[in-house]
Design a binder for this molecule. Structure first.
Ligand code: ZN
Length: 131
């Protein structure tokens, strides 16, 4: 499952940061998830809980922040919300060439909070996609 591998990657990254920071219990993890990242939030929350079991993250809350997918037209000044499934044809001029995706593919850890206090953002590296 796609969400499971993402959850495992998130837990792995947070565990590493928590260990480095000397934290004993992680209370919450904020994750930025783009609309086009292909992640089902409910499935991710479920997998996250499973992946956390037996780690320093056990019982941690997963807060997902969704990012609206937007695109920019190369033929006119138009920008629009792409939506899901993505609409990559410019609503302004009707062209689908030179369309640049501005946002929507984000998948990264924004911040982690643990019992010793806010830890800030130990990493903003994109989570690797499964092979
Ligand atoms: Zn256009």
């Amino acid at each position: 499952m796609h969400e499971m591998s993402i959850a495992m990657a998130v837990v792995g990254q947070v565990e590493e940061a928590a260990r480095a920071g000397g934290a004993h219990a992680v209370t919450s993890v904020r994750l930025q998830v783009g609309e086009l990242a292909g992640v089902v939030p409910d499935a991710l929350a479920f997998c996250f809980e499973l992946a956390c079991a037996g780690t320093v993250l056990e019982g941690a809350e997963l807060v997902t922040e969704s990012v609206t997918a937007r695109a920019r037209c190369g033929s006119c000044p138009g920008t629009w919300a792409v939506g899901m499934p993505p609409e990559l044809c410019c609503p302004g001029c009707g062209r689908a060439t030179d369309v640049e995706l501005l946002s929507g593919r984000e998948l990264e850890i924004l911040s982690v909070r643990w019992e010793d206090g806010p830890a800030g953002a130990p990493t903003r590296e994109p989570i690797p996609e499964e092979a």
